[in-house]
Ligand binder design. Structure first.
Ligand code: PLP
Length: 451
C-alpha cells in the first residue's frame, strides 16, 4: 500500500483541508464529545446554530415521530401538517406585517429567496428597472452567488468577484470602529443610516430593489449591535424611496439576542426577514424567509407563481424538528434565560477582559457576544491579519475543551480579529464561568504566540 500524503486522510473536501479534525461522536447538553472521549463546551453553538445544545430529547422524539409518519412529500404535490403548523407558529409571533413564509434548507437559500422575492415583487408591479441591491461592508449573507454578492466580506468574495451581481456596499453601523469621539451613539446611528439615502440617490431610487442588513452583525464582524435609532431611520429612508428592507436574522434571530426576532428590539418591521440557524437548532437543516402580505399579494394576484423552488422546500421532517425546537424554547422560557445568561456572559467577559491590553472591544446582546483583539488598544490598531490570531485562538480554545467562533478583520486592516460566542440558551452560570475562564487561557496563549 502506498502511503497517503494527505495530512487529514479523508475523501471529504473540508473547510480547511490542512487541519486534522477531531471526530464528533456524541452530544450531551451544551457539550460535544469526540471519539477520544474529550468533551468540548459548545460556547458558539457551532456557528450560532445549536441553541438547545446537543441532546434535547423532545426535539429528537418529534423528528422520529415525523419520520415514522411521513419523512418527505414534494411540494409540487402536497403541503404537510408540520410545514403548516410551523408557518402558523412563526407568523403568529412575527414582527408586524410579515404574513407569509417560504421554507428552505438554510441561511444562504433564505437570502437567495429574499433577493428573488424582492425583485419579483417589483417585476409584478411593472417596475422592471429596479435591479440594484444595497448592502453593507463587513457583512455576511451566505455563500451562494446571490447571497455572496450582497455580502461584504472581501476574503470570501475575492475568487468570485467577476461573477457576482453588482451591489453597493455602504459602511456598517459599527460603534467601536466608526463612531466619532464627538458623536453620541444616536447621532452616529443617524449618520450611518443616512449613508443609505446618499447611495439610493446616487443610484437613482427607481433602480433600487432593496437594502439588506443583518439586524445584529455576526460572522464577519462579531456581534455588532446597531446604534439606537439606526434601523428606525433605515426604515424611514426605505419607505421614502419605495425600497424594500430585508433583515437577515439567520444568525441573530430565533431568540439569540433575547427576543424571538432581533428587530423587535429596534422597533422596526422589515418587508422580508430571513432566519435559519436557531430555527432548527442543528437538529434539522432548515431556513425560512418571511414576507409581507403586500409582497405575497403582488405575486399571488399577479403572475401567480414565485419563480423559484428547491427539491427540499417545506421539508416535512425539517419543519417538524423546527416546530419542536421553537416549542421547547417557548415552553421552557428560554428567551428569559437567554437574556439573563447573556447579561451574565457580558459581565464575565468584562470581568476577564475589561483591562486586557489586547482586547479592544467587548460587545453583543443576549447570548450573542464577541471580543475584538487589538495589538494597540489606545490606537485600536489590529494585529497583522497574516498572523491569523483568530485561528490560533480557536485552536487554543479547542485544546481547553471550548468551542468559540473566530473571525478575521476584513476591511482594509481597519478591524481586528474577533471571537464570537453564541452558547446554547440552556447555558447556566457555571457554563458561563467556564467559557470565560477557558477563553481567557486560550487568548493569552494565542496572543503570546504572536507577540
Ligand atoms: N446570513 C448570516 C447572517 C449568516 O451568519 C449565515 C451563516 O453564517 C448565512 C446567512 C448563511 O447561512 P448558511 O450557512 O446556513 O447558508
Amino acid at each position: 500500500m502506498t502511503s497517503d500524503p494527505r495530512p487529514n486522510r479523508t475523501h471529504i473536501l473540508h473547510r480547511d483541508p490542512s487541519r486534522v479534525l477531531p471526530v464528533a461522536v456524541a452530544g450531551d447538553g451544551p457539550f460535544v464529545i469526540d471519539s477520544a472521549g474529550r468533551r468540548y463546551l459548545d460556547a458558539s453553538g457551532g456557528a450560532a446554530v445549536s441553541c438547545l445544545g446537543h441532546s434535547e430529547h423532545r426535539v429528537i422524539a418529534a423528528i422520529k415521530a415525523q419520520l415514522d409518519r411521513l419523512p418527505y412529500a414534494h411540494t409540487s404535490f402536497f403541503t404537510s401538517e408540520p410545514a403548516e403548523a410551523l408557518a402558523d407558529f412563526l407568523i403568529s409571533r412575527a414582527p408586524e406585517g410579515l404574513e407569509h413564509v417560504y421554507f428552505i434548507s438554510g441561511g444562504s437559500e433564505a437570502n437567495e429567496t429574499a433577493l428573488k422575492l424582492a425583485r419579483q415583487y417589483f417585476w409584478e408591479k411593472g417596475e422592471t428597472g429596479r435591479r440594484h441591491f444595497i448592502a453593507r461592508q463587513q457583512s455576511y449573507h451566505g455563500n451562494t452567488l446571490g447571497a455572496l454578492s450582497v455580502g461584504g466580506n472581501p476574503a470570501r468574495r475575492a475568487v468570485y468577484e467577476p461573477i457576482l451581481l453588482p451591489v453597493s456596499h455602504i459602511p456598517p453601523c459599527f460603534d467601536y470602529r466608526n463612531r466619532r469621539a464627538d458623536e453620541t451613539s444616536e447621532e452616529y446611528g443617524l449618520r450611518a443610516a443616512n449613508e443609505l439615502e446618499t447611495e439610493i440617490l446616487r443610484l437613482g431610487p427607481e433602480t433600487v430593489i432593496a437594502f439588506i442588513a443583518e439586524t445584529v452583525g455576526g460572522a464577519t464582524c462579531g456581534a455588532i449591535t446597531p446604534a439606537p435609532g439606526y434601523f428606525r431611520r433605515i426604515r424611514e429612508i426605505c419607505d421614502k424611496y419605495g425600497v424594500l428592507l430585508i433583515l437577515d436574522e439567520v444568525m441573530c434571530g430565533m431568540g439569540r439576542t433575547g427576543t424571538l426576532f432581533a428587530c423587535e428590539q429596534e422597533g422596526v418591521s422589515p418587508d422580508l426577514l430571513t432566519c435559519a440557524k436557531g430555527l432548527g437548532a442543528g437538529y434539522q437543516p432548515i431556513g425560512a424567509c418571511l414576507m409581507s402580505g403586500e409582497i405575497y399579494d403582488a405575486i399571488t394576484q399577479g403572475s401567480g407563481t414565485f419563480q423559484h423552488g428547491f427539491t427540499y422546500i417545506g421539508h416535512a421532517t425539517a419543519c417538524a424538528g423546527a416546530l419542536a425546537v421553537q416549542q421547547v424554547i417557548e415552553e421552557d422560557g428560554l428567551l428569559r434565560n437567554c437574556q439573563a445568561m447573556g447579561d451574565a456572559l457580558g459581565a464575565a467577559l468584562r470581568d476577564r477582559f475589561g483591562d486586557h491590553p489586547h482586547i479592544g472591544d467587548i460587545r453583543g446582546r443576549g447570548l450573542f457576544r464577541a471580543i475584538e483583539l487589538v495589538e494597540d488598544r489606545a490606537a485600536k490598531r489590529p494585529f497583522d491579519l497574516k498572523l491569523k490570531l483568530h485561528a490560533k485562538i480557536r485552536a487554543e480554545a479547542m485544546a481547553e475543551g471550548l468551542m468559540v467562533y473566530p473571525g478575521g478583520g476584513t476591511i482594509d486592516g481597519r478591524s481586528g480579529d474577533h471571537v464570537l460566542m453564541a452558547p446554547p440558551y440552556i447555558i447556566t452560570q457555571a457554563g458561563v464561568d467556564m467559557i470565560a475562564t477557558r477563553l481567557a487561557a486560550a487568548v493569552d496563549r494565542a496572543v503570546a504566540a504572536v507577540m
